[in-house]
Design a protein. Structure first.
Length: 621
């Protein structure tokens, strides 16, 4: 059946955001383009672009049973493919691959279509040495300007010929007759690579983003855009490729490309939202795999995606001793799926990678999950990556967890940075000189540390540790026994997160006034911090401390439920304070000797690392 091209052309012109003169020009461009006029209509790149399948002839594979209800429709399709010179009869076959019939969903028009099982052929065939990348890598490198067009090629794979010797390797049998493919077939492992390479060569130098048979262009002005569009359609026509006019979009401020909405940034397309809403409870593992495959496509837009997807992936695992039990979808499973869909609905819009500025990666770890926020320095988010820590990594202290995550994604970060360098921000005190013996309660092996040290010394890595005395942790210990010489029952502890320098202040009361007095006393000598970490207890979470922070422009931060680096440093320091009090002055005199106790803690030896006092005093002012 022929496509209603006149109606489609009018629709595409009306959809455009061009001026009246621009729409006249667009009509001319479409009229001059080579457009597919019916199903299986394809172009021809000519004998010069003929592809040769490299490898041995594979063993004969017998034809599987065929669906009787699909027979008539597949027979008509094969007749049409013969007429279009896409396949031909073969009377002396040297091999055979099975052909199958796949039922199309109603959304795609229904009916049956032939699909080749080229598993044996692909096994014997050499890989085509072209890197196409994936859709996400294309989107991250996308340029976004005012006017955008998406050009889709129709049956582009069938536009590439096979050499005569290669044709015989693609033989298949239907209804007792043998056929071979004269054009590049679907299911052959190198088809998309060959096509991508051909289209890329045809459009070389025109500033187009290409992913297999999908072409994207963008420009700031209408004139520039239409001129580029005209040049591209001319090149495609001269090369022998045809457009799928119904799937093309021309001269718009917003287009869908590779399943995502491209406007001023990248978002999930309306079509994807419709598919997400239509997801029904799976009845088998295969159904669940399809659902997760669809969800995975947008995972880069969802912070902590893996946290929501993991329970569903666990349902795909084989359970020991349950081989004979039927697979069931439970209410808990449906609840997990709903949570995943809810997380996708809260997906963020992203921006493409700007290769003129540095890449920034912010790593954060919880008990079992890790998240990496990737962004352009000083600009928007490029991607969200999430990772479930292994059982071994869960036992690591914060520094080692973050190093494990950095190692996992370091290769991807370098590729995405495009030579501009990677700035890594962590929650803990990771720095270029960090070594295994400097980490509290280290758990990782020496082999892991050797790999981490190589990354830490990489010239493309820039770590962004806090300067000393920029982030402080505060807590109050007590009531203590015995009480101090002047009746002090409480000890306020202030610790620098970076150097672990300690300030101590004894007091009779644990309230906001005492906390503020402690802060004033410490900051007179050391200066104002940028951030103050506390818990939400009454002495530290009150209007007096809040006002002090507001007055001095200090950011309030509260310890979350899981262990953070700040909380760990504070708890370790409090333990040292208690031990030092017990060793030096386990009497009422302890309150008069807090200065000496602080000196002991701040001058303590820490292996190759400077003492807290030396580390603090070496900071730049």
């Amino acid at each position: 059946m022929a496509f209603p091209l006149d109606w489609i052309m009018k629709q595409k012109i009306q959809e455009s955001d061009l001026s009246p003169d621009g729409k006249v020009w667009l009509k001319q461009i479409i009229g001059e383009a080579e457009v597919a006029r019916f199903k299986y209509d394809c172009g021809d790149l000519g004998v010069e672009q003929a592809h040769s399948i490299r490898g041995e002839v594979h063993e004969w594979v017998e034809q599987n049973c065929f669906y009787p209800e699909a027979y008539a429709e597949i027979h008509e399709i094969l007749k049409k493919l013969i007429y279009l010179r896409i396949i031909r009869r073969e009377y002396r076959p040297i091999t055979n691959s099975p052909i199958m019939a796949i039922e199309e969903p109603e959304s795609a028009g229904g009916g049956w279509r032939p699909v080749m099982n080229f598993k044996a052929l692909n096994w014997e065939t050499e890989d085509y040495e072209v890197i196409t990348g994936d859709a996400q890598s294309r989107l991250r490198a996308l340029k976004i300007k005012k006017f955008k067009s998406r050009i889709e090629l129709e049956n582009a794979i069938f536009s590439i010929r096979l050499t005569n010797s290669s044709q015989r390797k693609t033989a298949f049998t239907f209804s007792g007759k043998t056929y071979v493919w004269r054009r590049l077939p679907e299911g052959y492992k190198n088809s998309t690579k060959v096509l991508h390479s051909a289209v890329k060569n045809i459009l070389y130098g025109l500033g187009a983003t290409i992913f297999i048979s999908s072409v994207y262009i963008t420009d700031d002005t209408e004139e520039e855009h239409l001129q580029r569009l005209q040049t591209i359609t001319q090149r495609l026509r001269e090369a022998g490729l045809k457009l799928n006019l119904g799937k093309c979009h021309f001269g718009q401020f917003q287009v869908d490309y590779l399943g995502f909405q491209v406007s001023t940034d990248l978002g999930i397309s309306d079509r994807y939202w419709e598919k997400l809403e239509k997801i029904s409870p799976p009845t088998s593992k295969k159904d669940l795999q399809k659902i997760l495959g669809s969800c995975n496509y947008v995972r880069d837009h969802v912070p902590n995606y893996q946290k929501y997807a993991k329970p569903l992936y666990d349902r795909l695992k084989k359970t020991r001793g349950a081989q004979n039990w039927p697979w069931k979808w439970t209410a808990a499973d449906q609840s997990n799926l709903n949570e995943l869909k809810k997380a996708i609905h809260a997906a963020e819009r992203l921006e493409p990678r700007d290769c003129t500025i540095r890449l920034v990666a912010e790593i954060s770890c919880e008990d079992q999950d890790a998240v990496v926020k990737v962004s352009n320095e000083g600009a928007g988010t490029v991607s969200w990556w999430s990772h479930t820590l292994t059982m071994v990594e869960e036992k690591f202290p914060p520094e080692e967890k973050e190093l494990a995550v950095l190692q996992k994604y370091w290769g991807r970060l370098r590729m995405l940075a495009k030579g501009q360098g990677v700035k890594v921000i962590t929650q803990s005190k990771i720095h270029q000189s960090l070594r295994k013996d400097m980490v509290i309660k280290t758990q990782a092996t020496k082999q892991r540390w050797r790999k981490w040290e190589e990354i830490l010394q990489d010239s493309e890595l820039m770590l962004n540790p806090l300067e000393p005395w920029k982030s402080l942790c505060m807590d109050v210990v007590g009531p203590l026994q015995p009480t101090g010489k002047r009746g002090e029952e409480y000890l306020f502890v202030l610790v620098d997160l970076v150097s672990e320098y300690v300030c101590l202040h004894p007091d009779r009361e644990a309230d906001g006034s005492s906390a503020v007095a402690m802060l004033d006393q410490a900051c007179i000598y050391q200066g104002m911090p940028k951030e103050l970490w506390t818990d939400k207890s009454t002495p530290l979470c009150n209007t007096q401390v809040d006002y002090w922070c507001q007055q001095h422009r200090v950011t309030r931060s509260y310890f979350p439920s899981y262990m953070t680096q700040a909380k760990q440093v504070l708890e370790k320091t409090i333990e040292l304070v208690k031990n030092t009090i017990a060793e030096n002055s386990n009497s009422k005199e302890w309150s008069t000797k807090v200065l000496e106790i602080g000196m002991v803690l701040n001058n303590r030896r820490r292996g190759n690392r400077p003492s807290p006092s030396m580390e603090l005093n070496s900071r730049p002012f």
